[in-house]
Design a protein around this ligand. Structure first.
Ligand code: HEC
Length: 187
């Protein structure tokens, strides 16, 4: 039960940015910024789809699970890094200028979420017709190694050995870690 509550809270935190898409899109805008904001929204929709299937708020369908996990995998990792080139940061985008001063940390986070998303994608490719017990997370989410300093010992955990639901939790943690450090809302 506890994991459902945590997942709900994590999704709530992500719902904000979805609902409050910046008005930037209305102006001429920078195509690089627009493209990455679209990618981010696609990741948010994909994460929400998977979370809702595991929460029972949406019917579980292996094909939908595969598609959503594929989106996360395609948008994270190197693709995410490529969407934040120097010169595209700062207002009116919500990407902080600090990304440039902390490239190694930003890129490590992007690669970390990329590895988790790849592991989830691999599992989704062979997902059974219904959610099985081994796809479920058994305890509270173990911090798989937030690169921002928590529980360094757990950082070596192999994502391939984790249940799909656990991977989703760790992915959501990485979304939040990066946003809290590298995103500032432009209202
Ligand atoms: C490595 C850093 C990083 C990771 C990981 C990350 N984001 Fe983001 N995200 C950002 C930054 C920076 C912005 C601001 C982009 C801008 O406005 O140019 C952003 C913006 C967003 C937005 C707002 C898009 C808009 O329309 O303005 C959403 C929604 C979002 N992210 C969802 C997610 C979700 C869901 C995940 C995890 C599956 C995630 N992000 C992972 C850095 C990250």
């Amino acid at each position: 039960m506890r994991s459902r509550v945590i997942l709900g809270a994590a999704m709530l935190a992500l719902a904000g940015p979805l609902a409050l898409a910046p008005s930037l899109a209305a102006g001429p805008g920078d195509p690089i910024v627009k493209a990455r904001q679209t990618s981010m929204k696609e990741m948010a929709a994909a994460a929400k789809t998977i979370a809702e299937m595991f929460d029972g708020r949406r019917a579980y369908e292996p094909a939908a699970f595969r598609a959503a996990a594929g989106t996360l995998s395609a948008r994270a990792g190197p693709a995410l890094i490529a969407e934040f080139p120097t010169g595209s940061l700062g207002a009116p985008s919500s990407a902080k200028l600090e990304i440039d001063q902390a490239r190694p940390e930003f890129e490590a986070l992007a690669r970390h979420i990329g590895r988790l998303a790849d592991a989830l994608d691999a599992k989704a490719k062979t997902a059974p017709a219904g959610i099985t017990a081994d796809m479920r997370m058994t305890g509270p989410p173990m911090d798989g190694g937030s690169l921002l300093g928590k529980r360094p010992g757990a950082a070596q955990a192999d994502p391939a050995g984790m249940p799909a639901e656990h991977l989703l939790h760790l992915i959501l943690q990485d979304c939040s870690s990066c946003h809290s450090k590298f995103r500032q809302r432009q209202e």
